[in-house]
Write a protein that binds this ligand. Structure first.
Ligand code: HAM
Length: 470
């Protein structure tokens, strides 16, 4: 086939009983063909029996009732990002695999085993946002427009990890990046912004801080860490034995108790920083102190992505079991250049939205229901017809209005209004309608009053006034 791979799809459809043997014969034929040729085949079986198709493991639907928490989370975040002068950027989900391999590092868990990659097309569904954001920054020359770019993006990421509480295969991040500033105040400002966001959501989360040094001081630290690990090699888990050779810093944050015990006395990068990194790190801490942001130093925090230099940090909760990090990030001063861009420093972090929503759910046992200003209850065909038009006019003027379109009884419509949390119910009975009136019930105070039904526009104005005064 001269190295050219052709892709065929075979669709075998039909009733199982009638066509299964025919289907099998065709299938056998194509399987034989597959064995003797270099042609790629995909087989799709579509049966017309009803089937129970569920979402993939680690992929989650976000249903009404929970989605309101997501909206609130996003609204608070967008407000805070705007206060800190960040602009939104929207990025594609699919990128060239090479981008992530280069940015995140080939010897990381993410690149080695967690990426959703279309091997034949050499593209990958983004496992994080930083690499994509930097690709866009370089591609569109955003450094020319502004010497310091402050950008944020919100959306889904994909990692093939083992799903558990707070860990999904499709998860969502709110990611912020500052490109073009080396100032330690920016590091402090980013952490202060994250802390402010979590605080305004009413979540109590702690901040852990470390410095990973730079290409000047890290090799010295790596050598002394390797010497330390050499003496303990046999006691380490298999992953860490392998990591000692490929990525020894990762041994420091292995979660297995026996490795944790082994590295307790490991050398600290904080003691090996060069003069510039040490200065920068004390500048970051001074900034945090000035802004009143509490933090603890954690010499074991090395992060799972290879691009970090100097400052790294994590927002940690004790309320989610093993998935303790609700957000994390750090500085990556060489990364833009490494990806073919200008020599521009950068720092950023990402918050995991699923984990924040879990914390919000734990805090407020019940998610708030969506707001409904009015429920319009029509009784009988004439009233329902009137209610239908009035509801539309109310919605057009900005009110959130629900009504029944199934001809249910007043009792069940009142029940529905209660479930929706409607602030008011407008009851249109046949007799009232004939008299040009309706009953307005305030669902909080349970008070009822009669209102006069005029033309639609005037009635809508009356209802708006009622809403404002309640
Ligand atoms: P990360 O630590 O890999 O960093 O992810 C950031 C946050 O995303 C985590 O703290 C966690 O809350 C959430 N997260 C990660 N994986 C999952 C998962 N499988 N399920 C649910 N939530 C998850 C980064 O992604 C970096 N790009 C952060 C960054 C931005 N550094 C600099 N700029």
């Amino acid at each position: 086939m001269n190295g050219v791979k052709t892709h065929y799809s075979l669709l075998i459809a039909g009733k199982r009983a009638e066509s299964s043997s025919a289907g099998r014969t065709i299938l056998d034929f194509f399987l034989q063909l597959l064995l003797i040729s270099a042609v790629n085949f995909s087989f799709f079986y579509v049966e017309d029996q009803p089937v129970n198709i569920k979402a993939l493991n680690g992929f989650k639907d976000i249903l009404p009732g929970e989605v309101e928490l997501w909206q609130r989370l996003e609204a608070v975040a967008r407000d805070i990002f705007a206060r800190f002068n960040f602009s939104e950027i929207r990025l594609p989900i699919l990128e060239k695999t090479d981008l992530f391999a280069r940015a995140i590092g080939e010897a990381t868990d993410i690149v080695e085993k967690e990426m959703y990659t279309f091997v034949d097309k050499q593209v990958t569904m983004r496992p994080e946002a930083t690499a994509s954001l930097l690709r866009a920054y370089i591609e569109h020359g955003l450094h020319v427009q502004k010497p310091v770019q402050r950008l944020f993006t919100i959306g889904p990421m994909f990692r093939h990890e083992r799903p558990q509480k707070g860990r999904l295969r499709q998860f969502h991040q709110m990611d912020v990046e500052v490109l073009g500033s080396i100032s330690p105040r920016v590091d402090a400002e980013m952490m202060a912004m994250g802390a402010m966001l979590l605080n305004e959501l009413g979540l109590s989360v702690s901040l852990e801080l470390n410095s990973l040094g730079c290409p000047v001081c890290r090799p010295g630290f790596r050598a002394s860490l390797l010497a330390f690990l050499d003496d303990r090699h046999e006691a380490l888990c298999d992953d860490c034995k392998r990591r000692s050779a490929t990525n020894p810093l990762r041994v420091l944050d292995c979660k297995k108790p026996r490795c944790r015990e082994q590295v307790l006395e490991a050398p600290s990068l904080q003691d090996h920083l060069c003069a510039d990194c040490a200065d920068h790190f004390s500048g970051v801490q001074a900034g945090l102190d000035q802004l009143g942001v509490h933090y603890t130093l954690n010499k074991f925090m090395v992060r799972g992505l290879d691009y970090y230099t100097r400052t790294t940090f994590e927002f940690i909760t004790g309320d989610l079991g093993a998935q303790a990090a609700v957000g994390a990030g750090g500085r990556y001063d060489g990364l833009v250049e490494q990806l073919g861009g200008p020599s521009v420093p950068g720092i950023g972090f990402a918050l995991g939205m699923e984990r924040l929503v879990l914390l919000l759910q734990q805090k407020e046992a019940e998610a708030p229901v969506s707001g409904t200003d009015f429920y319009v209850a029509g009784i009988g065909e004439q009233s329902s017809r009137h209610a239908f038009g009035l509801t539309h006019a109310m919605r057009a003027s900005g009110m959130r209005v629900a009504m029944d379109l199934e001809g249910r009884s007043l009792k069940s419509q009142m029940k529905q209004a209660g479930k929706l949390g409607a602030a008011h119910v407008l009851i249109l009975g046949e007799n009232e309608l004939a008299a040009g009136k309706a009953v307005l019930r305030n669902m909080v105070t349970q008070e009822q009053q009669e209102i006069v039904l005029q033309d639609e526009a005037t009635t809508v104005q009356t209802l708006i006034l009622q809403l404002k005064s309640s």
